[in-house]
Write a protein that binds this ligand. Structure first.
Ligand code: 5GP
Length: 215
């Protein structure tokens, strides 16, 4: 059956967290690229400076601290938090618009964001945590990325343990020792969660039709 026939459906909120450098961004990008029209990224606002190659509006909306505070006052965020001394927030309206269209939304947020988003809509949220295979691997991935200065990298490594301690607050936990295997696991989780009965409101009418056919 074509996907458009399977509406109305309730969009799910896929929250993915990991320490920086564990591969969360690459896994998320691939999931979105391979499921266009089904799942979209929630683009957060941040007060941190753009890294080389990052585009305003694509990776983040880069805003000043004043603009960020103005958004807090205007209740524009679904959640916001301070991570690595910078502020990050999930814009509420964009997320709601995507969900209303029946699209799924992927959130690349830390454990604080995962907690708040999940508390606000427990039945709609699926939480996935990505672990690195070793801490040495995490360090070398951060160094290879080399987009941050060494002091920032050391700070991120020391915070990684704090992030990992929250792993039990997630529904699924993946170890990213092989990108393709981790991606396959993530894809299967996403597709299975999409198929849950309560997310597929169209089923009620479909089953009524099936039964009517037989009578
Ligand atoms: P980075 O600066 O490396 O892009 O992100 C640093 C951390 O902030 C990552 O763990 C990322 O998931 C998290 N983050 C990004 N956007 C948000 C957001 O809107 N809310 C929260 N709570 N965390 C975020």
């Amino acid at each position: 059956m074509p996907d458009r026939a399977r509406t109305p459906r309730r969009g799910l909120m896929l929250v993915i967290s990991s320490p920086s450098g564990a591969g969360k961004t690459s896994l998320s990008r691939r999931l979105i690229a391979e499921h266009q029209g089904q799942i979209e990224l929630s683009v957060s606002c941040t007060t941190r400076a753009p890294r080389p190659g990052e585009l305003d509006g694509r990776e983040y909306h880069f805003v000043s601290t004043d603009e960020f505070e103005e958004m807090i006052r205007g209740q524009a965020f679904l959640e916001y938090a301070t991570v690595h001394e910078n502020r990050y927030g999930t814009p509420r309206d964009a997320v709601m618009a995507m969900l209303e269209l029946g699209r799924d939304v992927l959130f690349d947020v830390d454990w604080q964001g995962a907690f708040t988003i999940s508390a606000g809509a427990p039945g709609d949220v699926v939480r996935v945590f990505i672990l690195p295979p070793t801490m040495a691997d995490l360090r070398s991935r951060l160094l290879a990325r080399a987009q941050d200065d060494p002091k920032v990298i050391e700070r991120r490594l020391s915070r990684a343990e704090g992030e990992i301690e929250h792993w039990t607050e997630y529904d699924y936990v993946l170890v990213n020792d092989d990108f393709d295997c981790a991606y396959e696991e993530l894809r299967r989780i996403y597709l299975a969660e999409r198929s849950r009965r309560e997310r597929n409101a169209w089923l009620a009418a479909f089953v009524r039709g099936l039964l009517a056919e037989g009578s």
